[in-house]
Design a protein. Structure first.
Length: 327
């Protein structure tokens, strides 16, 4: 017990020191820290901007900073580099990947695409830069329904890589998009059993879910949306308790924004309520400090990949602006 408390105290002290040093370096180097809601609270609290994939992409595009420090995962930092190629983009840990992006290997996807030559490709932003170069338009969970609906009903569409998000959009928009069979290991593991048990224990709680969850989970939800959409919902809605079907990182902002409300994360199994994304949690304060100090690891992409991948991402941002989804 004593040891744990001492350990916590020393973490707190060293994080405080690191925080001061990180903030100093950010200023000295004219760097901007962009962080996803799934980052550890210490990183979220010092970020210049914190948001979901859509907000982060938009901020990466418009920043005038000399360096973007991306506290998120690889595909997010790649997107930042594609949108702002003149700016140096660094990521605290280059190994911070994404199980969903990994579930769509380029050569397999090329074969899949060939089977449907009359289809356009809408890809979820959680994919590699190479998959983006093979796409007509990108979407995020914050605009996926609207991006699909911006095409006529007769338009034939391949949706990649998330089968759960794709299935959800098919249901909402009454389409029949061909779905790539990919999934996020964090969201796909959440079960209706765990949710029903929580609902029995907390009959007054509302269920909010990320669209990367399986269809039966989404069917039970009172609200389905991106990380930012879920956060906004809990601020505006008048319930006092929420069962949250997504990654644990978002609870930090939910509790900060609505301190009187209760948030219960859906557990991954009976003994654990720790559905953390291992990739997102690879970024620590220490790695963040070192990456800023040494200006590496850096995201490097070829000119060709940047030019090809930029088109579908810019198309997404244009559609989102037109529809007032972003300013
Ligand atoms: P958001 O679009 O909500 O940021 O989702 C990103 C993500 O990786 C969810 O797993
Ligand atoms: Fe990828 Fe899932 Fe982690 Fe999001 S939560 S970064 S989709 S592995």
């Amino acid at each position: 017990m004593k040891e744990t408390r001492e350990k916590k105290y020393s973490n707190f002290e060293s994080n405080l020191k690191l925080k001061t040093q990180i903030l100093k370096l950010l200023k000295e180097k004219n760097a901007v820290l962009l962080a996803h809601y799934y980052q550890i609270p210490e990183i979220q609290d010092i970020a210049d901007y914190i948001g979901d994939s859509l907000g982060l992409a938009q901020n990466a595009e418009k920043t005038n900073a000399d360096i973007i420090v991306f506290a998120g995962v690889n595909f997010m930092a790649e997107t930042a580099k594609i949108l702002n190629p003149k700016t140096k983009v660094i990521l605290p840990d280059l190994e911070a990947g994404c199980s969903l992006a990994d579930s769509c290997p380029v050569e397999d996807f090329r074969k899949f695409k060939k089977k449907y030559p009359d289809h356009i490709v809408i890809s979820y932003i959680n994919c590699s830069a190479a998959i983006k170069t093979m796409s007509d338009v990108i979407c995020t969970s914050g605009n996926a329904v609207q991006i699909v609906e911006s095409f006529p009903k007769e338009q034939k569409i391949i949706f990649a890589p998330d089968k759960n998000l794709g299935g959800y959009i098919n249901m909402v928009t009454e389409r029949n998009m061909k779905l790539w069979n990919g999934k996020c290991d964090v969201h796909d593991i959440l079960t209706t059993e765990a949710i029903i048990n929580l609902k029995i224990e907390n009959p007054d709680a509302k269920l909010i879910a990320h669209p990367e969850c399986k269809a039966p989970v989404l069917e039970l939800a009172d609200f389905v949306g991106s990380t930012t959409a879920m956060l906004k919902y809990t601020i505006k809605d008048n319930a006092e308790k929420y069962i949250v079907a997504t990654e644990t990182g978002i609870l930090h902002q939910m509790r900060k924004d609505s301190p009187k409300k209760e948030f219960i994360i859906v557990p991954t199994d009976e003994t654990c309520s720790c559905n953390d994304c291992t990739y997102m949690k690879m970024n620590t304060m220490e790695k963040l400090y070192l990456c800023l100090k040494n200006e590496q690891p850096e995201i490097v992409l070829s000119y060709e990949v940047i030019e090809k991948a930029k088109k579908p991402i810019l198309r997404m941002l244009e559609i989102s602006k037109k529809l007032n989804l972003i300013k």
